[in-house]
Design a protein around this ligand. Sequence first.
Ligand code: NDP
Length: 263
Amino acid sequence: MDLGLADKVAVVTGGSSGIGLATVGALLDEGAKVAFFARDEARLNEALESLRAVHGDRVHAEPCDVLDKDAVAGFRDSVARTLGKADVLINNAGQARWATFAEATDDDWRAELELKYFSVINPIRAFLPDLEASEAGAVVMVNSLLARQPEPHLVATSSARAGILNLVKSLSTEFAPKGIRVNSILVGTIVTGQWEDRFKTRAPEGVSMDEWVEGLARDRGIPLARFGRPEEAAAAVLFLASSRASYITGVQMEVAGGVSRFV
Ligand code: NDP
């Protein structure tokens, strides 16, 4: 299926790892020009070099903290200079905060709410004029199934994710007259750096990463009986970002192996 993304300019926040990196790769494979950022310069440059080796100067990256509004605005200017004005924005940067209500401090709550909201607000503010000028303006949020199915050990993350679900609906309505579609994916469990970090601190001695993840998938009763791959989340992101989804806005697509219990 031709997604119509060839020559479009796409921006991916948090593109150096996991779902973001898989999305950058998939967009490049579709012929898009892609810009991405993340904070860790070494990891960012490693990703950039390997992508440039295959895709040449259709890819651009710079270190940037999504919570630094001025830096995100500067990144927008640099993308416009190097690749052109953005048509597509993928808000992916972030991570979860493991804490129950008893464990979460006020600072944890503030940090989590700031991360979840401003990781979306800052890039949208910076790229909105470009998206509005595009004939194919689209925003896709990488959100979490926690937005609709909260977990007590991820209390602040779940609550903040629910707010983003609500925000997607508001933005899709406000931006529709500007020709910009806004959608999200709700990710269940995708094997990425986040899970590798958790494996290091939580897995029992002598258990491999694959065995640990298989056990978790079993314990959680995931109908497809496994965690997802970053490429599987990226495929859903690409569809929603593409002109193939031209009549779809304000929705969330689950990428969670069937684990949700709501209808
Ligand atoms: P990874 O840790 O593999 O990737 C996260 C990316 O975001 C990295 O490139 C990281 O780079 C970047 N990032 C994090 N914080 C910032 C920041 N403040 N500014 C700029 N870049 C940042 O995680 P995933 O691929 O798993 O996660 C992608 C998204 O999906 C996240 O929002 C996550 O919460 C969400 N998600 C993932 C799930 C999963 O099972 N994997 C489940 C539910 C949601 P750096 O650290 O160098 O800045």
